[in-house]
Design a protein around this ligand. Structure first.
Ligand SMILES: C[S@@+](CC[C@H](N)C(=O)[O-])C[C@H]1O[C@@H](n2cnc3c(N)ncnc32)[C@H](O)[C@@H]1O
Ligand code: SF4
Length: 254
């Protein structure tokens, strides 16, 4: 018998076993999911490693460095069925993809809907859910919703250490309120003995706040958070940043 025919015989045996297995509808569904996943992993490994979903286009601030205030496209809240469709596809094709739940906008405005969105993604098996926020709306109820939702990383855009500087950069925000909200979150997370979400405090360096960077680092080093410093850069040419190579192509990214 030729080598090919031997292989065919072996192949037929495998098929026969598989067909028997596939007589049950649930087995068949599972089998097809596995096949699709294997094929996708093998041939379509170009699925994005990171996806940013603009859950809302609305914001409650007018930060001096952010293009949101001059945004021309229509603002809205994402339709929940569209959101679920995106999450379902990620869950099927690449649950390990990092999913960010904000672009231009403030997701805490969505409140219960945001909780539902994060929980839905977590329950669908997504492995890495990230949210960045200005933190103004993080009251006690929202803290508990977030801690329960299954979020992995929670990033606060702080951008100032003194009240005067913070409030002048993050217009309509209040430094004391936001810093207080972050401290409440840390306390509640510790109280509940949770490992996640990892809490990050982010400082985008600008001419207006660079003198306060050291104080910011000293202060937050004493707390249970990660500190993320973003160098000066211009996002969609909203701000001037002389340290950048103007010839290099850049894209906006939170
Ligand atoms: C657009 S906001 C959306 C999430 C949320 N509203 C917030 O403030 O974190 C995401 C991040 O982008 C930063 N950002 C906005 N405009 C920027 C710019 N022109 N250059 C650099 N970072 C910018 C904000 O400071 C914030 O940390
Ligand atoms: S940085 Fe965030 S909070 Fe500030 S205007 Fe932009 S979207 Fe709103």
């Amino acid at each position: 018998m030729s080598k090919t025919r031997k292989n065919n015989k072996k192949g037929a045996l495998v098929m026969a076993k598989t067909n028997h297995y596939l007589t049950s509808v649930s087995n068949r569904t599972e089998f097809l999911k596995k096949v699709e996943k294997n094929v996708i992993n093998r041939y379509h490994s170009v699925f994005p490693k990171q996806i940013i979903i603009e859950t809302t286009g609305f914001s409650n601030m007018k930060c001096i460095h952010c293009g949101h205030k001059t945004m021309k496209r229509k603002k809205g809240n994402m339709d929940i069925n569209l959101y679920k469709k995106i999450i379902d596809e990620i869950a099927l094709k690449a649950p390990e993809t990092e999913v960010w739940l904000t672009l231009y906008g403030e997701a805490l405005l969505l409140r219960y809907k945001l909780y539902y969105m994060i929980k839905y993604a977590r329950e669908k098996g997504l492995k890495y859910l990230i949210l960045n926020t200005n933190g103004m709306l993080l009251d006690d109820e929202m803290i508990n919703l977030i801690l329960e939702s299954g979020l992995d990383r929670f990033i606060f855009s702080l951008d100032g250490f003194t009240r005067e500087t913070y409030n002048s950069i993050r217009v309509h925000g209040d430094k004391d309120t936001v810093y207080g909200n972050v401290l409440n979150l840390i306390a509640e997370k510790n109280e509940k003995g949770l490992e996640k979400p990892y809490i990050e405090v982010q400082y985008s360096v600008m001419d207006e706040n660079e003198d306060e960077l050291k104080d910011f680092i000293d202060y937050w080093s004493k707390h249970d958070v990660f500190i993320k410093i973003r160098e000066k850069f211009t996002w969609c040419s909203t701000v001037e940043a002389n340290n950048l190579d103007k010839n290099q192509e850049r894209i906006a990214c939170p």
